[in-house]
Design a protein around this ligand. Structure first.
Ligand SMILES: Cc1ncc(C[n+]2csc(CCOP(=O)(O)OP(=O)(O)O)c2C)c(N)n1
Ligand code: SF4
Length: 291
């Protein structure tokens, strides 16, 4: 018998044929590499996962990876990912977005995806600026920093994204950096395998609009403790080191929005979006005529 040897996919096999147009030195290259390493480690088949993004430099990610992708609308990656996961719970759904997409325009969706514990992996490439639109203040820009829209220095205190994720109900909460792709890949693989809303905040410097963030390399510290199940302990760990501590802070299990939730169990696979909505409303005891 002619036995065919099927070689395992290597990280580079997950790259698409599109060449990234990111600036040389952009942190997002490290995130792309780490994603390919994580996929190879999990031996994912390209048809098993979908990469969903919004708009921004970071949101170009789906184009650079093999497999299905959705380069969507600024701030709306999470609703798209939620809908996809509801109808195709067999797929790994991975959201790759920027800090503007996740915490600014899409902040409301971020809160509710966490609260519902939607089973998606949310990778936020945080460069602390709106890069694609040329350097405006973002929700994570440090206080006092000069940007295109804060010429006298920002007067807004930055958001603490991981506290927000924890408070809202995310069940896997981690921080990593783009310049250590192997460690990032480990967290990405864990996040993809986690059942529930996994938030991986990645410090991914924009060399063009925040060249000063190159110094973050000297300021980060890895938190090598086991993740806690205690919310307050996790919040404390995420705040350590001026919010520049890296690692997996929190991981707990709780029912996810699809699969185990009562609503999902009772809802048949929709044959059309409208019929799907009717089924969801019927399961909730509500009428479609209300909207
Ligand atoms: C609804 C909508 N509002 C605003 C924009 C303009 N816009 C495009 S990208 C972007 C910000 C991108 O910042 P971020 O999400 O942090 O990604 P980055 O480019 O920094 O990776 C904005 C405001 C848009 N495309 N759509
Ligand atoms: S502008 Fe910044 S975030 Fe965008 S590709 Fe260039 S370095 Fe990366």
């Amino acid at each position: 018998m002619n036995k065919r040897i099927v070689s395992a996919r290597q990280a580079k096999d997950y790259l698409s044929t599109l060449k990234p147009i990111w600036c040389p030195g952009c942190g997002d290259f490290g995130v792309l590499n780490a994603l390919t390493m994580a996929f190879a480690r999990l031996a994912l088949k390209p048809e098993q996962y979908v990469i969903v993004s919004g708009i921004g430099c970071s949101s170009r990610m789906p184009g650079y990876l093999q497999g299905y992708g959705f380069h969507g609308i600024h701030g709306r990656a999470l609703p798209v990912a939620t809908g996809l996961k509801l109808v195709r719970s067999d797929l790994d759904v991975i959201v790759t977005i920027g800090d503007g997409d996740a915490y600014g325009i899409g902040g409301n969706h971020f809160l509710h995806a966490a609260r519902r514990n939607v089973d998606v992996t949310c990778v936020v490439m945080d460069n602390r600026i709106y890069a694609m639109t040329k350097g405006q203040l973002s929700p994570t820009t440090p206080l006092g920093d000069v940007t295109a829209t804060t010429q006298g220095g920002s007067v807004e205190p930055p958001l603490r994204p991981l506290l927000l994720a924890l408070a809202a109900g995310a069940t896997f909460v981690a921080r990593a950096c783009s310049w250590e792709p192997k460690r990032l890949a480990t967290l990405l693989a864990q996040g993809i395998r986690h059942r529930g809303f996994a938030v991986i905040e990645v410090l991914s410097p924009c060399v063009t609009f925040r060249p000063e963030d190159r110094t973050l390399r000297e300021r980060v510290v890895w938190h090598d403790r086991e993740p806690t199940h205690d919310l307050l302990e996790a919040m404390q760990a995420a705040l350590e080191g001026d919010g520049l501590t890296l690692g997996l802070f929190y991981q707990v299990g709780r029912p996810v929005f699809c699969g185990e939730s009562e609503v999902h169990r009772e809802v048949p696979m929709p044959k059309s979006p409208r019929r799907g909505l009717d089924a969801v409303l019927a399961a909730l005891g509500e009428s479609a005529a209300q909207d």
